[in-house]
Design a protein around this ligand. Structure first.
Ligand code: G3P
Ligand code: MG
Length: 264
């Protein structure tokens, strides 16, 4: 094992932005919904508000997932914390508030859950400021076995690796299409895992990632039957918006699927 890699037990199903089919994405409600469905791992996006508050949020602005307007990089917590971030999803979630990273970490610990935190670098945002704000919070709240930090941004992951005493830290490199130099990129940050957009993955690429010893995590997979053949090729986990449907599929097909964790 790499000296920088914690001893992680990955689950085959990771709730993408929580259980985002059942509750508004990236909220405490979505994490609770994942936990209620028996899902132990969730993926959440983090970025900084204009006043430096780290929040669990995907988009560069709040238009799609709240009752307000404005860029994340310009909003302050006093404004962002008043937004309704649940009503857009359904009346049952009206009144849901944006989660700060510290409040989300408290919830994850209370539920004994594991998390893939994606450092979301929207255009124009300060990579170093995000890493310097987020890393101490993550490291003090979560044991290394329950945390993967990922990003599309190679610089962000390089900062994480060199930040403080980040000796035991699982880093996941996100790719859209897997580039020819993926291996060099992963080696340079001592990546733990490779996270890929599954429709673009070629069979030989899956084999190469697996043979190089990296867990391969695929996003965002919402059709368990279309994904079925990929398990046998060596994929470790999927990020799915609908972990309940996926879980049911895996259980119903456990005899055919070549995945150690698919049998329960
Ligand atoms: O981390 C997997 C996936 O979330 C990456 O894309 O845009 O959904 O954050 P996105
Ligand atoms: Mg994400």
């Amino acid at each position: 094992m790499h000296k920088t890699h914690p001893n992680i037990t990955l689950a085959p199903i990771i709730g993408h932005r929580g259980n985002s089919a059942a509750a508004p994405e990236n909220t405490q409600a979505a994490v609770i919904a994942a936990h209620d469905a028996g899902i132990g791992w969730v993926e959440l996006d983090v970025q900084l508000l204009g006043d430096g508050t780290p929040v669990i949020w995907h988009d560069k602005d709040v238009a799609r997932c709240s009752d307000g307007k404005g860029n994340i990089g310009r909003l302050h917590w006093a404004q962002a914390s008043k937004l309704d971030v649940g009503g857009w999803f359904g009346d049952a979630f009206r009144g849901e508030r944006m989660a700060s990273l510290p409040s989300m970490l408290t919830l994850l610990n209370a539920l004994d859950m594991s998390v893939n935190i994606e450092l979301k670098i929207n255009p124009g945002r300060d990579v170093k400021a995000l890493v310097e704000r987020v890393m101490p919070l993550l490291r003090s709240a979560l044991s290394p076995e329950r945390l993967i930090v990922s990003s599309f941004d190679a610089q962000a992951l390089a900062y994480c690796r060199h930040y403080g005493n980040a000796r035991e830290l699982a880093l996941g490199k996100l790719f859209r299409a897997l580039p020819a130099d993926w291996r060099t990129q992963c080696q340079s940050i001592d990546a733990y895992s490779v996270h890929c957009h599954w429709p673009r993955l070629k069979r030989y690429q899956i084999s190469a990632v697996r043979d190089a010893g990296y867990p391969l995590l695929c996003y965002t997979v919402n059709d368990p039957s279309a994904f079925h053949p990929y398990w046998a090729l060596g994929v470790s986990s999927v990020f799915t918006d609908d972990p309940v449907t996926f879980q049911r599929y895996l259980l119903n097909h456990s005899n055919e699927l070549n995945h150690p964790n698919a049998r329960k």
